[in-house]
Design a protein around this ligand. Structure first.
Ligand SMILES: C[S@@+](CC[C@H](N)C(=O)[O-])C[C@H]1O[C@@H](n2cnc3c(N)ncnc32)[C@H](O)[C@@H]1O
Length: 381
């Protein structure tokens, strides 16, 4: 067979394996309509975006000829453009203050190929119109690109990015740990590294997190310029031992699914083989992996707990139905892939509402535990 004249490099896709993308569209069950808690986490990253841009554009002489900005795990909906918009605005203000011409801005939006990129692209004309109409600042040129693929591998040209943001996405894995996916380990009663998981299961999750975060860092190390920034938020637990945790976010889907199985609404054996490709690391683990990989310096790391409420900034409430909708928007694609017709989403929703209602009444509902990290690409000497 004649050799192909063109070798295309297709970024490795994790979504085909585990379906860890969010619900698309703009309907009641969509991520677009149910992602306010995640927006609050993005708001925590916004000042770090400002600081990173101030560093990249320190003075007129240091402003690069073009600036590459990427959001990794951008999803679809109002959160998709939040951080890149903050970055574009910050560059413009910074250039105006420094008396520099605003450079061309290259904005890359990445997510898994099954993400609703059609919805993302439909948002772009409005975004670009808004950017172009801001005549009070030197507009520069903003060019936006979609980058479907897994961030656990190369996505962008070498040395093309000055700022990478990734909010609430890096706790997802590239795949379910092999031992669990192949049934060598059974994680009965848990859907991830949970309170009653065996040490072997916890080890499998810990190792997968380490492998994946290392891959993420190695890939970004090639793509981010020396002195460039990677800003990340991800779920966390407060101690290495999952049994010592007061509350982990994945306890919620775990309780809901086990409750459904106990009432015969879900096949128990099918639930035993359901493990989600996600993990909540403690600060010590994250630091250890970043330091061992060696390409980035941890400039800041904050670990905090989000407010236990949903809704807009103006109207916030502990709303069991809102929590249930957010849970559905995140978990439905994975549940559908594993259980198929074996799961009734109406039953899932009413069980979830009951679960959150109980926790709220008892006063035991807690917000998510989150790490926020700012990493700077070390200079290569
Ligand atoms: C909870 S959402 C967060 C979305 C958005 N950043 C926000 O703050 O609202 C996590 C996103 O990460 C994406 N994701 C998960 N694993 C990924 C991977 N390996 N590569 C790219 N995106 C991934 C999911 O598809 C999903 O859209």
């Amino acid at each position: 067979m004649a050799p192909s004249p063109l070798q295309l490099q297709v970024p490795a896709s994790a979504s085909a394996l585990h379906g860890a993308h969010m619900n698309g569209g703009e309907g009641d069950a969509s991520y677009a309509k149910n992602s306010t808690p995640q927006r609050r986490v993005q708001q925590r990253l916004a000042p770090l975006v400002e600081a990173a841009v101030a560093d990249v554009c320190r003075d007129a002489a240091s402003v690069p000829r073009s600036i590459g900005i990427a959001d990794l795990g951008c999803s679809s909906g109002p959160n998709t453009l939040f951080l890149v918009s903050a970055a574009v605005d910050a560059v413009r203000r910074r250039c105006a203050a420094a008396g520099a011409t605003c450079p061309e801005l290259h904005v890359f939006l990445n997510d898994l190929p099954d993400n609703d990129f059609n919805a993302v692209f439909r948002q772009l004309p409005e975004f670009l119109r808004r950017e172009q109409s801001r005549r009070e600042l030197d507009a520069g040129n903003v060019l936006v690109f979609g980058a479907p693929g897994s961030f656990f591998g190369r996505l962008f040209p070498a040395g093309s990015l000055h700022l990478v943001c990734s909010s609430f996405s890096l706790h997802w894995f590239s795949l379910v740990p092999r031992e669990l996916a192949h049934g060598e380990l059974v994680n009965r009663g848990n859907i991830c590294a949970g309170r009653t998981s065996s040490p072997a299961v916890i080890d499998a999750y810990t190792r997968q997190f380490s492998r994946d975060l290392t891959l993420f860092l190695e890939s970004r190390a090639v793509e981010v310029v020396a002195g460039g920034w990677v800003l990340v938020s991800l779920k966390r637990r407060s101690a290495r031992d999952p049994c010592s945790e007061g509350c982990a976010m994945y306890d919620h889907p775990n309780s809901i699914l086990n409750d459904m199985a106990s009432r015969g609404l879900l096949e128990a054996a099918k639930l035993d083989s359901y493990n989600i490709p996600a993990y909540e690391p403690c600060a010590e683990e994250v630091r250890g992996i970043v330091d061992a990989e060696g390409s980035f310096k941890i400039v800041g790391m904050e670990s905090y707990e989000t407010a236990a409420s949903v809704g807009t900034a103006a109207v916030t409430a502990c709303d069991p139905a809102g929590f249930a909708r957010t849970m559905r928007a995140v978990h439905e694609p994975m549940l559908a892939r594993h259980f198929g017709a074996g799961i009734n989403m109406d039953e899932f929703m009413s069980t979830a509402e009951g679960h959150f209602g109980r926790l709220i009444n008892e006063g035991t509902y807690r917000g998510a535990l989150v790490h926020v990290l700012s990493l700077r690409r070390k200079c290569k000497f």
